[in-house]
Design a protein around this ligand. Structure first.
Ligand SMILES: [Zn+2]
Ligand SMILES: [Zn+2]
Length: 362
């Protein structure tokens, strides 16, 4: 009905093209309208956020941790300063010690061991510097201890347990939300899908086929664009199961169609083996039959025609249909589905070619 066929009139072929264009445009506009409708659906609410599921205890702990972090940040600054101080104190002590050692060596070398007072004074100064170093070290220890003590006031383990509880509650809410969104979309797209399937099964060859096919395209687009991406995943299970079910349905339909086709063909061949060539030809429209023959396919049994001599043979070797005969007037070889001889224009009457062949063979 809507296949391009070389045996059709040229305007007829153009009309077919226009019809397909209408089908596509119809689908485009339907799709636009459909996505508008889905976009304007009442919203099922905002998607949940993890923080919504934090318990008061967890929030309390987080506030405490915030305060603690601030407190420890101040302590760490102090610690930094204390480290610098320690470094300086050490440097001062080291310099003084170096000078003292040199001085003592000089005194020993010159044998001047009498002046005890300066030795005492310088030793005292060294002791003071050493005490300063110890003091700075003590301050650093205290600050480190303070940081540790602060951190012990908030339990990390408890916080982790509470966070895990919140995460589980959040995931549950998220799944429910996804399901709601999907069901809402299904509610809108399901009628279109059902109607599309019905049109495909019953009306795809009707007079209004461009609209039927436009609607089928629309239903397919709606299914794959508006529905499939919103399938709740539940860890991927749902998507694979839906895929398996759909392939199962499609496979069942295809197998049924194939069985019907084979049964019909068998019945046809049975019937045809008992009827004359002229009667058999009446079962096919000329244009479709010529299209088949152009592809070297038998119009009746749809198997390949024998082409061992370079051109299709006169008879189908599978079902016995006569596809070529000689013109009764000029004897040119013409397809039995021609209405007029392609050489002399003689009107070809069914059975005439058969008679001419019979005459030649007798
Ligand atoms: Zn055949
Ligand atoms: Zn002729």
């Amino acid at each position: 009905m809507f296949k391009m066929n070389k045996n059709k009139r040229l305007p007829e072929q153009l009309f077919t093209l226009v019809m397909w264009l209408i089908a596509v445009l119809f689908a485009v506009f339907l799709t636009g309208l459909g996505s508008k409708v889905i976009g304007d659906l009442p919203k099922v609410g905002n998607p949940p956020e993890l923080e919504q599921y934090y318990s008061p205890e967890l929030k309390q702990i987080q506030v405490q941790r915030e305060q603690l972090n601030q407190k420890n940040a101040t302590v760490r600054k102090e610690l930094e300063q204390a480290n610098l101080n320690l470094e300086k104190a050490r440097q001062r002590y080291d310099e003084e010690k170096q000078q003292f050692d040199n001085w003592i060596q000089t005194r020993t070398a010159t044998g001047n061991n009498t002046q005890d007072a300066p030795v005492l004074a310088r030793t005292q100064k060294l002791d003071q510097l050493q005490a300063q170093v110890s003091k700075e070290q003590q301050i650093i220890e205290q600050l480190n201890q303070a940081i540790l003590n602060n951190e012990r006031t908030v339990s990390i383990e408890r916080e982790e347990v509470l966070k895990e509880q919140a995460r589980i509650a959040f995931e549950h809410a998220n799944n429910t939300q996804e399901l709601k969104v999907f069901l809402m979309r299904l509610l809108v797209t399901l009628p279109a899908l059902v109607l599309g399937a019905w049109l495909f099964a019953k009306k795809r060859q009707s007079r209004y086929w461009p609209f039927v096919w436009g609607f089928i395209f629309f239903a397919l687009i709606a299914f794959f664009v508006e529905l499939v991406p919103y399938l709740p995943s539940y860890g991927g299970y749902v998507r694979y199961i839906v895929g398996i079910v759909l392939v199962g349905i499609a496979g069942h339909y295809a197998i049924k169609r194939m069985q019907i086709y084979l049964r019909d063909k068998q019945e046809q061949e049975q019937k045809m083996s008992q009827s004359s060539q002229a009667e058999r030809r009446k079962n096919f429209d000329n244009e479709g039959a010529l299209g088949h023959i152009a592809k070297n396919i038998c119009p009746s049994c749809e198997r390949s025609l024998n082409t061992s001599s370079g051109v299709p043979a006169d008879y189908c070797v599978h079902c016995g249909l006569c596809v070529f005969k000689k013109c009764g007037q000029c004897g040119s070889r013409c397809s039995t589905f021609f209405k007029y001889c392609s050489s002399c224009g003689h009107t070809l009457v069914d059975g005439e070619g058969q008679a001419s062949i019979d005459k030649m063979t007798s």
